[in-house]
Design a protein around this ligand. Structure first.
Ligand SMILES: C[S@@+](CC[C@H](N)C(=O)[O-])C[C@H]1O[C@@H](n2cnc3c(N)ncnc32)[C@H](O)[C@@H]1O
Length: 270
């Protein structure tokens, strides 16, 4: 999974920053799924997250994969105060911005991410909420994995309790681990907001991002819709389009970089 996500994101980085991006801030790194994939591609990655436990786990995974990354705890609504420097690319994947339940918080995050991108780009991935809002599903299908080293199977599914506003939902994540003849259940819960793509586009535009484009999984190879954005006003040799956005069509070029350090796979963050 780390390798697959690193591949797809490397191609998307080429879209926002052709041939030039070197430094990446993953500001919701969780256990490091994207950060470590990109570090293995040779990017200089700084990986931060609100959760100290997640950052600690990402640090351990980096050691296990033998890749190098800088780590820190930071709120992606306050990156100016909590993370030093600027980056060619800022990214936040795997539906992390859906943790923000209000437009005000989403605006804070967009402005804070904008402050950290030097000419280069932003990549955010969210669930396909345009489709999900039409259906408002109550659960996800069960996924079953083999545990590492013959440790038994693991089954994972989610139950979604939609709030009366029809836009936010409580996500119950169930993880069932086979232990001999028994199954141990872990239940985690969090509240999320289903953000339509148009709303996120508007908020990025308000935060002075331009060149905003959506890339769907079937085209870009990443498992969730990804929005890319830049701030062309910071590129003196470019003219900003009047409406601040461009069409979503683009080429996904492969890169000839050497990947390093993939030992064992790590599991996804929940
Ligand atoms: C679904 S996980 C994805 C983690 C990681 N990108 C991955 O795929 O492994 C969402 C992450 O967003 C982080 N998060 C939520 N709110 C945040 C905030 N305000 N600032 C930074 N991280 C946040 C959570 O701690 C969690 O690690």
């Amino acid at each position: 999974m780390v390798r697959r996500q690193g591949d797809a994101l490397d191609r998307l980085i080429e879209v926002v920053s052709p041939g030039t991006a070197r430094t990446v801030l993953d500001c919701s790194c969780g256990i490091g799924t994207q950060a470590l994939g990109l570090a293995a591609y040779g990017y200089s990655v700084t990986a931060t997250d609100l959760s100290p436990d997640a950052v600690e786990r990402a640090r351990r995974e980096a050691t296990a994969l033998d890749v190098t990354s800088a780590f820190g705890v930071a709120d992606f609504r306050r990156l100016e105060d909590e993370v030093e420097g600027q980056f060619d690319v800022v990214l936040s994947c795997d539906n992390s911005v859906a943790h923000l339940l209000t437009d005000d918080d989403l605006r804070l995050a967009a402005n804070s991410m904008h402050s950290k991108v030097r000419p280069g780009g932003l990549l955010l991935s969210i669930r396909d909420y345009d489709a999900l809002l039409a259906e408002r599903p109550r659960a996800t299908p069960v996924q079953v994995y083999d545990g590492p080293d013959g440790e038994g199977q693991r089954a994972v599914f989610q139950v979604w309790e939609w709030e009366p506003d029809g836009r936010t939902y409580v996500m119950h994540q169930f993880i069932l681990n086979q232990e001999g003849d028994d199954w141990r259940t872990t239940h985690l819960t969090t509240q999320l907001r289903a953000i339509p793509r148009e709303d996120l586009t508007g908020i990025l535009h308000e935060a002075s991002f331009t060149d905003i484009a959506w890339h769907m999984p079937k085209d870009c190879g990443y498992y969730q819709p990804v929005v890319t954005a830049r701030d062309l006003t910071r590129l003196p040799w470019n003219r900003v389009p009047d409406n601040g956005s461009v069409s979503a069509t683009c080429a996904y070029r492969g890169r000839d970089k050497k990947r390093v350090g993939f030992g064992r796979p790590i599991t996804t963050c929940i």
